[in-house]
Design a protein around this ligand. Structure first.
Ligand code: GDP
Length: 342
């Protein structure tokens, strides 16, 4: 049974109200357990409605696109230009940004609305910086829920932006259909610096700033990346990653990238995309379970007492990590009512 407050929110989403969307995202981001549960109840109701084919604002087919790249590569310039291009094609666009720096430094590389002034001012677009504070895992998980909420009010393209700091790219790749890496116009030795793992996550590589004096270098980099990709593992059986050279500043090459995105869905197929979304949901469930179990474990009083002692012994290298873990788990199971599986 939905509470009255959740029902009001659900009606707001079904009417396509942006204010309801903003409130619903705040709920799924909440660290307050009651609010969190309310948010999950709301999401379940939405998914149920969609499955039952009830009239909702859910677009028939949606695009979930992840974008990453090092600071300064031109992500906000690209998203602004690419997004404006999409709006002209009649699409509705939501941009969610995950900014891992904001929780560490209190400052922010990405989470600033003014980075995309044109999109932020357009009623057909929705720009939402992710909240600062909290572990990356927590922020990323709520972003996965926020994607569905954006779709529920009619955004048919959801773009999730993150900055290139490794671990968060993996999290974003785990919640989108295709992953795009933005790269600076440099080839040769600098190409080595791009982590292989991140390249392997990418379905589209976009070399930005292919204009002025950098255009030749960018074209050369495009050739080099194209051959480098051949040596890497593919993320999808039915998709060979593509490389583009664009100028976000001059708005050149953006239609090629959009065509690449559509080709991806054509080649991979909607059924496979839906299947992948299901697999991603399974992954996220286990992340929740693992996080909650670890939290419970660490807060369990008898275990807590032991942790300090074991950590001390680990620091002095008097005990191995495996031995310490074993001891902790034994004491946890000995003091709880569960059957000891070890
Ligand atoms: P972000 O940190 O990745 O979001 O990068 P920004 O979008 O803020 O861009 C960083 C700098 O690169 C800015 O000075 C932009 O004007 C510039 N820039 C972005 N795209 C292009 C482009 O296509 N060509 C050129 N020449 N400069 C660009």
């Amino acid at each position: 049974m939905l509470s009255q407050a959740t029902r009001v929110l659900l009606d707001g989403l079904n009417a396509g109200k942006r204010a309801a969307l903003a409130r619903a995202i705040t709920l799924v981001e909440s660290r307050n357990l009651d609010k969190f549960k309310q948010g999950q109840g709301l999401l379940s109701a939405l998914l149920q409605q969609r499955r039952d084919g009830e009239a909702t604002m859910f677009p028939k087919e949606t695009i979930r696109l992840g974008i990453s790249g090092p600071p300064g590569v031109g992500k906000s310039t690209f998203i602004e230009a690419f997004g404006t291009h999409l709006l002209k094609q009649g699409k509705r666009l939501a941009v969610l940004t995950i900014d891992p720096t904001s929780s560490l430094t209190g400052g922010s590389i990405l989470g600033d609305k003014t980075r995309m002034p044109q999109l932020s001012a357009d009623s057909r677009a929705f720009v939402r910086p992710s909240p600062s504070g909290g572990a990356l895992g927590g922020v990323a998980r709520s972003t996965s829920d926020a994607i569905v909420l954006c779709e529920s009010v009619g955004y048919d393209v959801v773009l999730v932006e993150t900055v290139g700091v490794g671990q968060n790219e993996v999290a974003v790749a785990g919640m989108v259909d295709l992953f795009m890496l933005l790269l600076p116009p440099a080839g040769g030795d600098e190409l080595q610096g791009i982590k292989r793992g991140i390249m392997e996550l990418s379905d589209l590589l976009v070399i930005n700033k292919a204009d002025g004096g950098l255009e030749t270098v960018a074209r050369q980099a495009q050739i080099e990346y194209t051959s480098a990709l051949k040596l890497l593992r593919r993320r999808h059986q039915r998709w060979d990653p593509e490389v583009f050279a664009v100028s976000s500043l001059k708005g050149r090459g953006l239609d090629d990238v959009w065509a690449g995105v559509n080709r991806f869905y054509d080649h991979v197929g909607r059924d496979a995309v839906e299947h992948q979304r299901g697999l991603q949901y399974k992954e996220w469930m286990w992340r929740y379970v693992e996080d909650q179990l670890a939290r419970h474990f660490k807060q369990h009083p008898p275990t807590r007492q032991k942790i300090a002692d074991l950590e001390h012994r680990l620091m002095e290298q008097r005990i191995t990590p495996g031995g310490a873990a074993e001891e902790l788990l034994q004491s946890y199971f000995a003091s709880s009512n569960f059957e000891n599986p070890l």
